[in-house]
Design a protein around this ligand. Structure first.
Ligand code: ZN
Length: 455
C-alpha cells in the first residue's frame, strides 16, 4: 500500500477535538502524523473523524438467526430455549456458509463504525463431530471473511470440553464444539501461522465458560500460549449459571474464576452480568476488561451489568455485538447507559462527573478497553497506531450545529448508524459514502448461503 493523507473537518485525538486535521498514513497502514491544516495531496473527507471502535465479542454464525427467535414459544421463553434454537442452526452450517455469513456481518460492522472484530469461534468440526482435514478450517473461514471485508480480526477459537460444571458430559448439540488440549492447541497453532505477517490479524483463545472447561484443562492450554494471546471467557451471564456454579463449587462464577486464575488485562470477562458488589470491585481492580454486549443482553433477557459500580472502581469496559441482534457501536453504548438509567431512575449515569459528556466518556472507555482486549494497535487517532478511523457525516441534518462531544452524543443517542459515512481500516478506505467496496458480491454470497440452509 502507498502512503496516503486524509483531511477531516474535525477529529477526536488524544489532545482532544481538533479542527481542520490531516492524518498521514504510511505504507503499512499506520498513522505517521496528525497535523492541523490541509496537507498537500490529502484526500478531503470533510466529516467528523473519530477512532473506529473494536467489537470484542462476535459469534458470526448467529447472524443467520436474526428475526427468527422473536416469537413466543409454547412454554416460558428463556436464554436456554433460545440456545436450543441456535444449536439447531449451528449444526447445519458448512465452512462456505460460515464464511459467507461472517463476510456479510463484517461488512455490516464496518458500515456501523467498527474496525476490529473479536470472533469467539466455537464451531470447529463437521456436523457429526468429525474434525475437518485442517482442524482450524472454520476459524480460517473467519480469517478469509475478514480479509474480504477488510476488517481487523482477533480470532478467539473456543475451548469447549464439557457440558456442565465439574466436567459433565456434553450434549449432542455441542458435538461440533468439542476439543481437548492437544487438538485445540493444533487449531491455535494453525491460526497463528496464518496470522503471521498480517497487520489486521491476531490470535487468542476463548474458554467458553466455566461450564465448558475445568481449571486444570484451561491452565494446561494457557501454559502453551504466547504471553500476548488474549483470553476471553463468558461468565455470569445467566442467573441459572450462577445457581449451578454455587451448587457445584459454593462460589459464584466471577469468584470462582478469580479463585483459580490471576486475572489481568490479558483477560476479557464477557457479560459478567450477575456480580455482587464485592465481585464487581474485585473484577474492576484485577485489570480484566468487562466485554459488554448490551443489546444482546437485553434481547436475551440476561440482566443489567453493574456499570456504575464497575466503572466507579475504574474497571475497564469494551463492547461487542455478540448475537448481532443489532450491529452498532452507538446502539450498544446507548443501551448500556439506558440500562443504568432505567434501574437507578437517573440520567447521565456513566458520564463520570459533572459537566462531562456521557457519550464521550463511554466512547473513550470502550476504545481503550476494546484495543486492550483485542491486543491490536488501535483505539486513538495518534502516530504509531493503526489508521482505523470512522467518519461521521457532518452534513447530516442531525449534526447541524453540532461539534465535538455534542456531535458524538448525537451519534450515540440519536442518529446511530445513519450518521456513519466513511470508514478507514489500516489506511484502506473500505466504506465510502455509506457503501462498502465489496458489499454487492458479499451480499450475493450471503443470500446463496441462506438459500442452501433453507432447503
Ligand atoms: Zn457470547
Amino acid at each position: 500500500m502507498e502512503s496516503r493523507k486524509f483531511h477531516f473537518a474535525s477529529a477526536l485525538t488524544p489532545q482532544g477535538w481538533l479542527s481542520d486535521v490531516t492524518v498521514s498514513v504510511d505504507g503499512q497502514g499506520m498513522i505517521s502524523t496528525v497535523q492541523t491544516g490541509a496537507g498537500e495531496g490529502a484526500e478531503r473527507l470533510s466529516g467528523i473523524a473519530v477512532p473506529a471502535m473494536p467489537n470484542v465479542h462476535s459469534h458470526a454464525h448467529q447472524r443467520f438467526m436474526l428475526g427468527l427467535a422473536e416469537r413466543a414459544g409454547p412454554g416460558a421463553d428463556s436464554f436456554w430455549t433460545w440456545r436450543e434454537a441456535m444449536y439447531g442452526f449451528a449444526l447445519r452450517l458448512s465452512p462456505e456458509d460460515l464464511e459467507a455469513v461472517a463476510a456479510q456481518l463484517y461488512v455490516e460492522m464496518l458500515k456501523s463504525g467498527f474496525s476490529v472484530v473479536g470472533e469467539f469461534q466455537y464451531l470447529h468440526h463437521q456436523p457429526d463431530g468429525t474434525p475437518y482435514a485442517d482442524p482450524a478450517e472454520m476459524s480460517l473461514r473467519c480469517f478469509a471473511a475478514a480479509q474480504h471485508a477488510g476488517i481487523g480480526i482477533t480470532i478467539l477459537p473456543t475451548l469447549y470440553a464439557f457440558g456442565g460444571f465439574g466436567g459433565q458430559d456434553p450434549v449432542a448439540g455441542q458435538r461440533r464444539f468439542l476439543n481437548k488440549a492437544e487438538r485445540f492447541l493444533k487449531i491455535v497453532d494453525n491460526l497463528s501461522i496464518q496470522a503471521g505477517g498480517h497487520a489486521l490479524r491476531h490470535v487468542g483463545i476463548s474458554p467458553h465458560s466455566l461450564r465448558a472447561v475445568t481449571p486444570e484443562l484451561l491452565r494446561e492450554v494457557i501454559s502453551a500460549l504466547p504471553e500476548n494471546a488474549p483470553i476471553h471467557v463468558h461468565v455470569a451471564e445467566q442467573v441459572k449459571e450462577v445457581e449451578d456454579c454455587l451448587a457445584f463449587s459454593g462460589r459464584r462464577p466471577v469468584e470462582l474464576l478469580m479463585q483459580h486464575f490471576d486475572l489481568s488485562d490479558r483477560w476479557t470477562a464477557i457479560h459478567a452480568t450477575h456480580m455482587t458488589a464485592a465481585e464487581t470491585a474485585a473484577l474492576a481492580r484485577s485489570g480484566a476488561i468487562a466485554g459488554l454486549c448490551p443489546t444482546t443482553e437485553a434481547n436475551l433477557g440476561d440482566g443489567i451489568f453493574p456499570a456504575t459500580g464497575f466503572m466507579g472502581e475504574r474497571g475497564a469496559i469494551a463492547i461487542g455485538s455478540d448475537s448481532h441482534i443489532t450491529v452498532s457501536p452507538a446502539e450498544d453504548l446507548r443501551m448500556l447507559e439506558y440500562s443504568q438509567r432505567l434501574r437507578d431512575l437517573t440520567r447521565n449515569a456513566l458520564a463520570g462527573g459533572p459537566g462531562r459528556s456521557t457519550g464521550r466518556s463511554l466512547y473513550d472507555a470502550a476504545l481503550t478497553g476494546g484495543a486492550r482486549s483485542m491486543r491490536q494497535p488501535v483505539g486513538a487517532i495518534a502516530p504509531g497506531l493503526r489508521a482505523d478511523i470512522t467518519i461521521l457525516d457532518a452534513a447530516h441534518p442531525l449534526l447541524a450545529g453540532r461539534a465535538g462531544d455534542a456531535a458524538l452524543d448525537t451519534w450515540i443517542f440519536s442518529g446511530g448508524n445513519a450518521l456513519v459515512k466513511d470508514v478507514i481500516v489500516g489506511g484502506a478506505h473500505v466504506v465510502k459514502d455509506r457503501h462498502h467496496i465489496h458489499e454487492e458480491t458479499i451480499a450475493r454470497d450471503f443470500r446463496a448461503a441462506l438459500r442452501r440452509l433453507d432447503t
